[in-house]
Design a protein around this ligand. Structure first.
Ligand SMILES: CC(C)(COP(=O)(O)OP(=O)(O)OC[C@H]1O[C@@H](n2cnc3c(N)ncnc32)[C@H](O)[C@@H]1OP(=O)(O)O)[C@@H](O)C(=O)NCCC(=O)NCCS
Length: 160
């Protein structure tokens, strides 16, 4: 298994991989092209014998430059429960350090239990505040993105 930063050669395969994962929104191919073109320093892909089996990516916030926002993480169903998600998360947190970010943020829908558990195991704290409710046992921000879903806002504080 090999974890590398994404390159433009990966664009179509990444988009196809995302489409295969329940719980991830698949964006059009140009979206991944733009993200890999401009944010590849924080776009990581895990391969097993040349096949993508996981990825994690995000970007440094311009509004809050000390925040690295994690947009998506995914592991192929065949490889879930194998520790890959932890490995990728550690690399992503290291990327926060390299980019002088003190925090990593991520949002997760409350019904995505595997993701919530993953973030909590990695010592992310639920910092949801403001217009909140408790849903599926977790505090979440109501309609956070205006798309009708309630999101848990997680924060990881990066140590030196
Ligand atoms: C989220 C994801 C990356 C986690 O990877 P993983 O390899 O499954 O991670 P883990 O094996 O550490 O599982 C995390 C925890 O969730 C639990 N879990 C896994 N699937 C579950 C499910 N369907 N329902 C409830 N709990 C589940 C695991 O048992 C584990 O809990 P534990 O630590 O108490 O044992 C992976 O499930 C995935 O790719 N999901 C689809 C994409 C997605 O939703 N991404 C997140 C949104 S950005």
């Amino acid at each position: 298994m090999k974890l590398t930063k994404a390159t433009l050669k990966d664009v179509f395969e990444v988009q196809e991989f995302v489409g295969q994962q329940d719980g991830l929104v698949q964006h059009p191919v140009h979206f991944y092209n733009i993200m890999i073109r401009y944010f590849r320093n924080t776009f990581f892909i895990m391969r097993d014998e040349n096949r993508i089996i996981g990825f994690v990516w995000g970007f440094v916030s311009q509004a809050e430059p000390d925040v690295l926002f994690l947009w998506q993480i995914g592991v192929a169903e065949s490889h879930r429960g194998s520790g890959i998600s932890h490995q990728m998360m550690e690399v992503f947190i290291e990327a926060a350090r390299e980019n002088n970010c003190r925090k990593v943020h991520a949002t997760v829908e409350t019904e995505n239990i595997a993701s919530c558990k993953l973030f909590e195991k990695m010592r992310f704290r639920n910092i949801s505040s403001g217009n909140t409710l408790v849903e599926n046992g977790r505090k979440a921000i109501m309609n956070y993105y205006g798309s009708g879903t309630n999101q848990v806002l997680y924060e990881y504080v990066v140590s030196n």
